[in-house]
Design a protein around this ligand. Structure first.
Ligand code: PEP
Ligand code: MG
Length: 555
């Protein structure tokens, strides 16, 4: 047995076989083969093709059930592309004529087809380039027995091992089989880690060179509480961790008794406990944990799950469903916060030296008003079906609020002219996640209906600690006095103007901070669903009047 130590993400213990998840499609090597090996390379390709077609069938059926035929169709299109005669002939010709290995022949064919599609006039055909890359990657993964993120052909519980996972790759994982992941790189505050938490998927990140390729296929256990991975665990470790998992599951069950209870302290102070979501499927978990609303809907993940810009109609359906499912509770939709670690290829944002301080969030939306307006129109139309609030990210200037509000007004006017309904009094709030926004929060509070403090970015920008950099993870401290004083100042300025303040960064789920937030008068905490009931239990045990003065005197 080997024990690897890293950073545990999510609460939980997961068991499974370790499977390498290869994502680097571009590191494929050309290998000269002997003429007599051509046929065996071709049969490797044919076998991979059969496997890939089976996977696509499974995916089609899953998608049909989960998201409907319209979205499932893509897997049918992929099947047709894999079966395309020209595509297959190109691969086999490269193997035979250039004496190349199958992997390289697939890669080269993919490049050639991608270029062909990209040079076409129609935008629809240009977008097919991404599909060719997808099917080619699937074939290569099938051939090498690497795990395809969206399906496991083995139908066994697996743990994925890789260098790093992007948020969109994580979203693609088939959660029926993939029970956790372990990575060489990674940071506690990245969006991948945040998503893993809301998916309740245990993970150990930042393992460095402890994670070796020869662990592939071994049984592993992830204990995220201990930040440990056990490779080929011995019997007593398996027994011990099974017991630990049972105890954790029991504790979770006990928390269910807090469902239906108010979020109120012993001395009667109320706070609203909400959940953060990144897609419509998360809403079931929000209802299940009895959260009093959605404090943060990270809408950029809708864009990340697509190959081209989601239309107004597509977005409208998603927001409307969220509003209806959550009604009468509120749904706070944060407008697109693309950029930094949430890159979306079709946005064509050039590589930047310092992306978290670059072209992101509201900066992109104000620079590309058509994209912004499409989203705002969808949100406004959905607001007629429930209690929706608009939240604008990455504000650092008053002018950004004024311009955003003008665009919202423009959208309202258009909808009115078109006879489409929306909530006339829809609330507009901003994320407080830059030190500048904190320092002028007295001015900003006069312009908006609510604040939501994004401590993940606020810590990054205030302490000059990149939330993505695993080398300085230990310096990312949301409990730093500078941050607590900032939260205090924002609460004071908001309350002076009679608007509410929420916290939707990861710190909201830290029960060691609950007493401080209550003492500061924070109105709402929004967190990954699995944490809501634990924080409710904590809130209900606090007597704020007994601790408030002492806590405030230290800030
Ligand atoms: C934050 O910055 O705290 C936040 C909630 O936004 P995100 O993590 O999506 O950047
Ligand atoms: Mg943020």
């Amino acid at each position: 047995m080997k024990v690897l130590k890293g950073i545990g993400i999510s609460d939980g213990i997961a068991f499974g076989k370790l499977r390498a998840y290869r994502k680097d499609f571009f590191s494929i090597h050309s290998m000269r083969i002997f003429k007599e090996d051509s046929e065996s390379e071709i049969s490797k390709f044919k076998h991979a093709k059969e496997l890939a077609l089976k996977q696509l069938d499974v995916l089609y059926n899953h998608a049909l059930k989960d998201v409907g035929e319209e979205h499932a169709m893509i897997f049918d299109v992929h099947k047709m592309m894999i079966e395309d005669i020209d595509y297959s002939n190109s691969i086999m010709n490269i193997i035979r004529d250039e004496k190349a290995n199958a992997e390289y022949a697939i890669w080269l064919t993919s490049r050639n087809f991608e270029k062909k599609f990209e040079s076409m006039e129609s935008e629809y055909m240009q977008q097919r380039a991404a599909d060719v890359r997808d099917i080619s990657r699937r074939l290569i993964n099938c051939m090498n027995n690497y795990v395809q993120t969206d399906v496991s052909s083995e139908k066994k519980e697996i743990i994925i091992g890789c260098d790093d996972l992007s948020p969109s790759e994580l979203l693609e994982l088939n959660r029926n089989y993939v029970k956790g992941f372990i990575t060489i790189l990674g940071s506690r505050n990245s969006h991948t880690s945040i998503l893993a938490k809301s998916m309740n998927m245990p993970a150990i990140i930042s393992l460095g060179d402890q994670l070796k390729p020869d662990f592939e296929g071994c049984n592993v256990i992830i204990d995220s509480f201990a930040g440990a991975v056990y490779v080929s665990p011995d019997r007593s470790t398996i027994r011990r961790l099974k017991r630990k998992k049972e105890m954790y599951d029991k504790q979770q069950e006990l928390l269910s008794s807090f469902k239906g209870k108010d979020d109120v302290t012993l001395d009667g102070q109320k706070i609203t406990l909400c959940a953060n979501v990144s897609n419509i499927l998360d809403i079931e978990a929000v209802r299940d944990c009895d959260a009093s609303g959605i404090g943060l809907f990270r809408s950029e993940f809708i864009y990340m799950g697509k190959r081209s810009y989601p239309t107004e109609e597509e977005q409208f359906k998603i927001y409307k469903t969220a509003a209806e499912k959550m009604s009468p509770e509120h749904v706070t939709i944060r407008t697109l916060d693309v950029g930094a670690d949430k890159q979306i290829s079709y946005f064509d944002i050039p590589k930047e030296p310092n992306p978290s301080m670059g072209y992101r969030g509201i900066r992109v939306c104000l620079d590309r008003p058509n994209i912004f307006k499409t989203q705002l129109r969808a949100i406004l139309r959905a607001s007629a079906f429930g209690n929706i609030r608009i939240l604008i990210p990455m504000i650092s200037l008053l002018d950004e609020i004024i311009r955003s509000k003008n665009i919202i007004e423009e959208c309202k006017k258009e909808l009115k002219e078109e006879g489409l309904k929306y909530d006339e009094d829809i609330q507009i709030g901003i994320m407080i996640e830059t030190p500048a926004a904190v320092m002028i929060s007295d001015v900003l509070a006069k312009e908006v209906d609510f604040f939501s403090i994004g401590t993940n970015d606020l810590v990054q920008y205030s302490l000059a600690v990149d939330r993505q950099n695993d080398k300085i993870n230990f310096m990312f401290n949301p409990q730093h006095m500078a941050i607590l004083r900032m939260i205090k100042l924002v609460c004071e300025n908001a309350h002076k103007e009679g608007i509410s303040v929420g916290i939707c960064g990861e710190i909201a789920s830290d029960d060691k901070m609950t007493e401080i937030f209550l003492s500061l008068g924070v109105d709402e905490l929004s967190m990954s669903s699995p944490f809501v009931l634990g924080i409710r239990r904590k809130v209900r045990g606090v007597n704020v009047s007994a601790i408030k003065d002492e806590i405030l005197s230290k800030l």
